[in-house]
Design a protein. Sequence first.
Length: 438
Amino acid sequence: MNGAKAPLLQERVKSVSPARAVAWRALLKGGDAAGALDRESRAAHLDPRDRRLATELAHGTLKRRRSLEWALQKQLRRPFAELDRGLQWALLLGAYQLLYLDRVPAHSAVNESVALARAGGHAGTAAVANAILRKLALARVYPPKPEVDDPPSALGLYASLPDWLAEHFIERFGFGSALQIADAINATPRRALRVDTDAAPAGGKYGIPECLIVEDGIADERQIIQSEESQLAVHLLAPKPGETILDACAGRGVKTGMIAARLGGKGTIYAIDDDERKLEHVRRLAAKSPTPIVVMRADAKEPYPDAVPQEVDAALVDAPCSGIGIIGRRADARWRKKADDPIRFSSIQQAILERAAERVAPRGRLLYATCSTHPAEDEDVVANFLTHNPEWSATSLASWAAKTESARALGPYLLTVPGVDGNDGFFYALLEKKRDDG
């Protein structure tokens, strides 16, 4: 959106509800949806209620974009792609409210979307929006629910997914589960907090002591937003007081903080990442942590700095990945991913796993995790590692699959099914290094 045009658009949408105006402007800006929505919400000084609505509108519209375009095209005489961008997003927002938000009156969805179309264009643009949305309000059409013998594109249209992702879910989980995933990843994701206190009751479906499931709420410094599946990675690693732990891909330090709390001030964490902006968050965590955290900028694929001990008790490899297991949590992710991403990441993951394993002491352990459900990033990486490193073996996590119907055992490994029961799709492999004497 042209910078000079932005103030004019803001002036024109004053008659529209603040939440809808913010959602529309964020969608028009494109790029990072969450970032654009946050900036627009702050600029508009949205109250919490309007901010929740703006988030629902923008994220829901992005997730359902393919299905919404299909429904709108049914009412159009020319290709949807040929419409002005402002009109496209106004129509998509209106269609999302008409088709997927029961609590929004049809007249509000139509009238305010028409006002947005007028703000981004002219009276003729508004007339087009009015005609199309009124027809859709009268004859609400949805992509048909696919049948088992249909091609993957049928699931892609129904679930609003790229065809390659729909095909992946069918191949990985079977048609019935893929259909469950299709419905679940377009719903509001389940929210979990990590509560760093000894008094916290075990919560969630995995019985993680720090885990608290919430319908709503704001995290303070003792309540950290962290999904159950992210917490499960640390829970499976099981850090113990007095241990030395390597966090090979620390990122912003969410899992680092959970490890630190588990150590209880007794032990040391070596946190590595190659992104200085992310490490700033880890350094702030380290400054107030009773557990020593040594923070280093380093490429986890390359030889480690000398400051990292030659032998640690345990290592966490939360490997960079395609992220296709968490597309239900990130509204625009499904449209940014590419079919070759899993293969591209696998060589990176292999190198990171090898480097981390070099620093684990005999009888030590390593937890390899990804937020991907693709075998190329998951069991294939681990199988290749074990083939070339016979001193390592996999510890079975199969018993964890019995704790919830939305997790599966893959031999000794664990895979959570994305979307179902509010899950993120994560893969876990717990590896143990044999003693020097075999």
